[in-house]
Design a protein around this ligand. Structure first.
Ligand code: S3P
Length: 169
């Protein structure tokens, strides 16, 4: 399929960007890229190791460099790390590079998922209320996405089909 621009998945950590992105790309027969996966491959380090050994600033530099390069591609599905769209430059480039799609869930669902698998350095030492504040803060920026999918109570393939339907793909 040729879509003439990219499909860019954004949203909070644990919102399913990588899983949905991969399924969406498969359905539409498009290439799929995941910024965190590429960062890990390039550095041969896990994201939490980069945070631990090099610090967040260095991670954000890497994230920016790799994401801006990826956004130059065309006809791809790209999943951004949860913090990437918060960066002004990445956000601007992403908006011009394709359709930004935010995967939206209830705060409680995201908090529960983060707590279930707490390997994410950003939330490692945060209380549930602090994570909620982070979600509220970031939501204002995520809401700049061209499309917002309310994923609550939907299964993976239903979310994929919803994206295909809303974007008339
Ligand atoms: C982050 C989200 C993570 C990863 C890093 C920072 C964030 O990606 O990039 O831990 O600041 O929200 P996911 O959204 O894929 O979990």
């Amino acid at each position: 399929m040729k879509i003439n621009n990219n499909l860019i998945l954004i949203g909070m950590m644990a919102s399913g960007k990588s899983t949905i992105g991969r399924l969406l790309a498969k359905k539409l027969k498009l290439r799929f890229y995941d910024t965190d996966f590429i960062i890990e491959k390039k550095t041969k380090m896990k994201i939490y190791e980069i945070f631990k050994k090099k610090g967040e600033a260095e991670f954000r530099n890497l994230e920016k460099k790799i994401t801006l390069k990826l956004l130059k591609k065309n006809n791809c599905v790209i999943s951004l790390g949860g913090g990437a769209f918060i960066n002004n430059e990445i956000r601007k480039v992403a908006q011009n590079s394709g359709n930004t799609i935010c995967l939206d869930w209830k705060h409680k669902t995201i908090i529960n998922r983060i707590k279930k698998n707490n390997r994410r350095p950003i939330t490692l030492n945060l209380t549930n209320n602090e994570i909620k504040d982070l979600i509220i803060d970031r939501s204002k920026i995520y809401s700049e996405a061209k499309y917002k999918i309310n994923c609550e109570n939907m299964k993976k393939l239903q979310i994929v089909n919803m994206i295909v339907k809303i974007l008339k793909l």
